[in-house]
Design a protein around this ligand. Structure first.
Ligand SMILES: [Zn+2]
Length: 448
């Protein structure tokens, strides 16, 4: 206990050292540290929140986390008073698409960052030029979420998604070459579309799926499948696929299959928002005046939904009732899986739709959390889906992001209001930090 007194002496004397070796005083122990003090902390693991916390960030990473009463703030730290606010991890969106030229893609990245999406996966629509940009975004060389990419995904000649320039091999040799090309580009995942009930006979064949999955695994790439039918899910699980997009829509999933999903660590990214956004704007035209939503929407989509004639036409769509039933079914699926302990991650399909782009980048990620809560998850469970679960899925195992714990990259959001009281409060963002740096949100949204 005497040591602190002794060490204070040079500090008090400044540079004056009358005796002993001359040593200029070092920086204070908290130099370069950002201390966020007083906020409720939701760490992304599902643990009980800490009511009044201290989070210390140094060199881009979380250094210390704890209750304010027992966590000292080191001298010289930059203190951010976050009393009555909430800190949570940056959001992870496991299912996004980016369209247009590279400048336009960068704008979509910035929209996501504005809304606190600090990590995302571009899943199936990236030709080589876009892959390069995604890989730069993966390593922080671009103002963007930490991006993962699947390059161009796989479908069948005339298969889903119609008209998209994705990989459509005619032979297994061709499929093998296409996976090899992806591996050379340095992608992280191999995506496959296995649709689609309304158009039977146009699905990628079971043999071709086997080739794609086996080749992906040979190259240490993770296979990911868009499925909506139980039989396709089972075949792909037999091949070792553990990462599925959307939900099973043709059957009530059996208890045995649920158990198998859980025991194999399989994770679904259900994309409820993409279904809902097909009519949500009809019910809530007032949102189209919200400045944040207007900025998040692609201009074409905003113009379309802002037109009362378009909303009227969409409201009269003969498929509307069926789509509403689909959403209800997918919400029930999310609840069943979550209750059974099967991994559910947050993915939005933002940027999907070949020009419709109904899901605004970033904004949609928050809407997905709202739909999870509407489906019956607790706000805490929805937050875990959007943070820890998605992070583990993308980073394969022990991720460096997605939770607020010592050693993790400092990706976090400071909220003005409590998301555990109302999940919509995740959108009431005061600040976003990515890799230890506060983002300039105004610039993110206004930069052309
Ligand atoms: Zn998609």
């Amino acid at each position: 206990m005497r040591r602190p007194l002794v060490s204070l002496v040079p500090l008090l004397l400044g540079t004056v050292t009358a005796c002993g070796p001359s040593q200029p005083p070092g920086p204070p122990p908290g130099a370069g540290v950002v201390a966020i003090v007083g906020a409720q902390l939701i760490d992304g693991t599902g643990s009980d929140p800490i009511a009044e916390s201290v989070v210390l960030v140094r060199d881009g990473r979380i250094e210390t986390v704890g209750p304010q009463s027992s966590t000292p703030v080191p001298d010289g730290a930059e203190v951010i008073d976050a009393t009555s606010q909430t800190i949570m991890p940056g959001l992870v969106d496991t299912h996004a698409h980016y369209h247009g030229d590279l400048d336009r893609v960068r704008r979509q990245f910035r929209k996501q960052l504005y809304f606190g999406v600090t990590t995302a996966r571009s899943i199936g629509a990236d030709p080589p030029g876009k892959v390069d940009l995604m890989l730069k975004a993966h390593t922080g060389q671009v103002t963007a979420p930490r991006m993962y990419t699947a390059g161009l995904g796989f479908s069948y000649p005339d298969g889903f998604p119609p008209g998209s320039p994705v990989n459509r091999p005619h032979t297994e040799d061709e499929a093998q070459e296409m996976v090899e090309a992806l591996a050379e580009q340095g992608v992280h995942f191999v995506k496959m579309w296995v649709n689609r009930m309304p158009t039977p006979g146009m699905k990628i064949t079971p043999e071709m799926r086997t080739t794609v999955v086996e080749q992906a695994m040979t190259h240490d790439l993770v296979p990911v499948a868009h499925i909506i039918e139980e039989g396709d899910l089972v075949q792909l699980m037999d091949l070792g696929v553990r990462d599925f997009l959307h939900t099973v829509e043709d059957a009530d999933i059996s208890p045995d299959l649920i158990e198998r999903l859980r025991d194999t660590g399989t994770v679904f990214s259900p994309t409820l928002t993409n279904i809902h956004a097909g009519w949500f704007w009809i019910d809530h035209p007032e949102l189209l005046d919200d400045p944040e939503l207007r900025a998040a929407f692609e201009p074409e989509a905003l113009a379309r939904w802002s037109d009362p004639a378009h909303r009227e036409e969409a409201a009269a769509s003969p498929t509307l009732d069926a789509r509403k039933a689909r959403l209800a079914g997918s919400m029930a699926f999310v609840k069943i899986l979550n209750d059974a302990g099967v991994g559910v991650a947050v993915g939005t399909d933002s940027g999907a739709g070949n020009g419709s782009w109904n899901v605004p980048q970033g904004w949609g990620t928050h809407h997905e959390l709202e739909l999870y809560v509407e489906a019956g998850l607790t706000p805490m469970q929805a937050i875990v889906a959007a943070t820890q679960t998605g992070a583990a899925l993308l980073a394969r195992g022990e991720p460096e992001f997605g939770t607020i714990a010592p050693g993790k990259l400092a990706d976090l959001i400071v909220l003005n209001r409590d998301p555990l009281a109302d999940i919509a409060n995740t959108r009431d963002i005061d600040r976003v930090m990515q890799g230890g740096t506060w983002l300039d949100r105004t610039t993110l949204m206004t930069m052309p």
